[in-house]
Design a protein. Structure first.
Length: 281
């Protein structure tokens, strides 16, 4: 079985143009935001653009992943509605997306992070009670303080409160984990991290890996992505992570800075080579 490697795609002028670029890169799935860089607002595609995109998607892609916008904050303790989530999920279903990556957000208005974990459980239970088409993937982040989900143990505290846990999976971003303080650059460090994931998330509940490097040090909590292998985590550690026997079946998305199409193809070729090499071993 070939490893599924995807890329976070920046939106082109039309949704169809975005999908065509992904197809030229040889992708069978990709991730994107619905927020246009030019306006900072969620896109409102016309019916003909939606129809053209869906036709192309059905022919060329196995799955599409939406990355929810950063203003979705399900951990806010005083937040009464979740219109941003509902608006983006509705558009996702219209376009044929089946998965939605979410950052947990921050426990704004609380004195401790645990209040945010409890608020997020209530939010997810409310939203997913009426959502049958989208699987949510909660992503770990790099921040401290009241941010929920940087500490992997937060997910362990969240899971028992979920009324429909089958609708929730997890996305593990290796750069975010490193920046928060999980050092996976040694074999021992990697094994400790995988044990932590298994205990608090369950490896079978990880639905996606984000493969990113960073220029900042372990525990710096400064979120800044570099291409895989170009930063302080390095090629050896990233390769060991995504080819680990307990993780190598999980799909991977690379989230690069803005690149030319040729540069995107080069990084995909590099990571595909890592995965091929891992299979041989």
């Amino acid at each position: 079985m070939l490893r599924r490697i995807g890329l976070h795609m920046r939106l082109e002028d039309t949704l169809l143009a975005t999908a065509q670029r992904a197809h030229r890169l040889g992708l069978r799935f990709f991730q994107c935001f619905f927020v246009a860089q030019s306006t900072g607002r969620v896109i409102r595609p016309k019916d003909d653009d939606v129809e053209a995109f869906v036709r192309f998607k059905e022919e060329h892609f196995d799955e599409l992943v939406l990355h929810g916008s950063y203003w979705i904050n399900l951990a806010g303790v005083h937040q009464q509605t979740h219109r941003a989530f509902e608006r983006e999920a509705t558009l996702a279903k219209r376009l044929g997306f089946t998965r939605m990556v979410l950052h947990c957000g921050s426990a704004k208005g609380a004195l401790q992070r645990r209040d945010g974990i409890d608020a997020m459980a209530r939010s997810l239970n409310e939203l997913l009670a009426k959502e049958d088409e989208i699987t949510v993937l909660l992503e770990n982040t790099a921040h401290a303080g009241l941010s929920v989900g940087s500490d992997i143990r937060d997910f362990g505290a969240l899971r028992p409160q979920l009324e429909q846990p089958d609708k929730i999976k997890f996305c593990v971003d290796v750069a975010h984990a490193f920046l928060y303080g999980y050092d996976m650059r040694t074999r021992g460090g990697l094994e400790e991290f995988i044990v932590l994931l298994d205990h608090h998330i369950g490896l079978t509940n990880i639905g996606l890996l984000h493969l990113n490097d960073t220029k900042h040090g372990c525990g710096s909590r400064i979120d800044c992505h570099l291409l895989p292998g170009d930063g302080v985590i390095g090629e050896q550690a990233l390769k060991a992570f995504i080819t680990h026997p307990k993780l190598r079946h999980i799909p991977v998305v690379i989230e690069p800075p803005e690149l030319t199409e040729q540069q995107e193809l080069a990084v995909l070729t590099r990571v595909r080579g890592w995965c091929d090499e891992g299979v041989k071993h």
